[in-house]
Write a protein that binds this ligand. Structure first.
Ligand code: ATR
Length: 288
């Protein structure tokens, strides 16, 4: 299918398992229609063990690239032809594209997280010390981003200390591993607190968070969980007059570089997009 001006019709995907919950088709669809571009972005369920099969026929099916989400971020990292330094640092990829039949990859989660903070709480850059809750894949992206932005100290707090220690080994001397009982002691030094765990996510509400009373007044509190949008952590921070940054912005910002790769235009993350995605979330019934 050709469009006015001769632009080629382009197809991009998001693969995951399950994938029906993904908001990515909604946000990329918004940009495609807003800019009147010739293309489609679609959710494709790919079962564990089916990644190679999917990529073997992806070019044939007309795909120029796409996003990779849970549980495939590490699996695709292992099979791509070329990956950049950021994805190597994180050990996972979320964005791929084809170049001369080669599968190329990057990870935009770190820049997505940073861009969202720049957008919503630019003062975060005057800080030096972050407390990061969790030591999974999302935590690796956040740590990678804040260290690249010049933070001097990242305290990684995790239920399983061993996983936090693995991140110290990965990211080096600016990182320190702790278990949850260290939270109150570390809190007074925090310029930025980020939750990367699934605590607070719908369905995982039973786990309690430590008190935020010891955080300094200037501490910015961010949650990468966006279902619900107002997590318990953000609500507790808000009650204490701390500046909060919710998780939906990271989702929007991580999407922009991929869109540019596949469709050739860097899209804007603006209020209209945010409202569109939030309305879709509400419709899907997962905004609470
Ligand atoms: P992701 O890639 O999305 O970060 P993950 O690798 O499964 O997901 O990591 C989930 C994180 O949430 C981990 O830090 C996990 O702690 P453990 O390493 O101890 O498992 C944390 N997490 C999940 N549920 C939790 C809970 N109920 N209490 C405390 N931490 C929890």
């Amino acid at each position: 299918m050709m469009m006015e001006g001769g632009d080629r019709f382009k197809k991009a995907f998001v693969i995951g398992w399950p994938i029906s919950h993904s908001l990515s088709p909604i946000l990329h669809g918004y940009w495609l229609s807003k800019m009147n571009l010739s293309g489609i972005y679609e959710a494709v369920p790919v079962a564990p063990g089916e990644i190679s099969n999917f990529f073997n026929s992806a070019i044939e099916k007309g795909y120029v690239g796409g996003n990779v989400t849970i549980p495939h971020k590490e699996g695709v990292f292992a099979i791509v032809d070329e990956k950049d330094e950021v994805s190597k640092a994180i050990g996972a990829v979320n964005t791929v594209w084809f170049e001369d039949n080669r599968l190329m990859a990057t990870n935009t989660d770190a820049t997505g997280f940073i861009s969202n903070l720049d957008d919503c709480a630019p003062k975060w850059r005057s800080g030096t010390t972050a407390l990061i809750l969790g030591a999974g894949g999302a935590s690796r992206a956040v740590i990678c981003g804040i260290l690249a932005a010049g933070y001097q100290t990242a305290h990684i707090i995790n239920r399983t200390e061993e996983r936090a220690k693995e991140l110290v080994d990965r990211f080096g001397e600016k990182c320190f591993a702790h278990t949850w009982d260290a939270f109150e002691l570390l809190a007074p030094d925090a310029d930025l607190l980020v939750n990367t765990t699934s605590i607070g996510m719908t369905g995982n509400a039973e786990t309690s968070l430590p008190s935020l009373d010891k955080l300094p007044k200037h501490c910015i509190v961010s949650d990468i969980v966006y279902t619900p949008l107002k997590t318990k952590l953000l609500t507790e921070a808000w009650k204490r007059d701390l500046q909060t940054v919710d998780g939906i912005g990271m989702l929007l910002h991580q999407a922009a570089p991929g869109f540019e790769k596949w469709f050739g235009v860097l899209p804007k993350v603006d209020k209209g997009l945010r409202e569109h995605v939030l309305a879709a979330m509400e419709q899907k019934g997962n905004s609470k």
